[in-house]
Ligand binder design. Structure first.
Ligand SMILES: [Zn+2]
Length: 119
């Protein structure tokens, strides 16, 4: 699955290729924020501020469901994001969390992934 590097939405479509000297890269268009991006190696240009992400993850650590965190992001930060992306955040930004929260978040994610197979 590909996720928009700007807004984290997964509402993206493949639209042709961008060529440069070294490599060929798949170009994507995000229907959520109407921007183009090239799938590179990860989320380098992610616009979501790490502090917002950390706050979302801390809510999750506090016991909010991924669904609730997702809803919160939409209403408070105007960020449309999939639950899957929130998981990605956990992995990417876990180092910014306090250790106790980090442990909680990972534990909850592990528990969730054993009950539901779809990511
Ligand atoms: Zn987007």
């Amino acid at each position: 699955m590909t996720i928009c590097e700007t807004c984290g939405s997964n509402d993206v479509a493949k639209k042709g290729m961008r060529y440069n000297a070294a490599t060929t890269k798949q170009k994507f268009f995000c229907h959520n924020c109407n921007t183009w991006f090239v799938h590179d190696d990860g989320f380098k240009k992610m616009k979501n501020r790490p502090e917002d992400i950390v706050r979302a993850l801390e809510e999750y650590a506090d016991g909010a469901s991924l669904k609730k965190v997702k809803k919160h992001l939409l209403h408070h930060d105007d960020v449309r994001i999939s639950r899957w992306s929130i998981r990605t955040w956990v992995v990417k930004y876990a180092h910014l969390l306090k250790k106790t929260n980090r442990d909680l978040v990972f534990r909850r994610l592990r528990a969730a992934s054993t009950t539901t197979k779809n990511t």
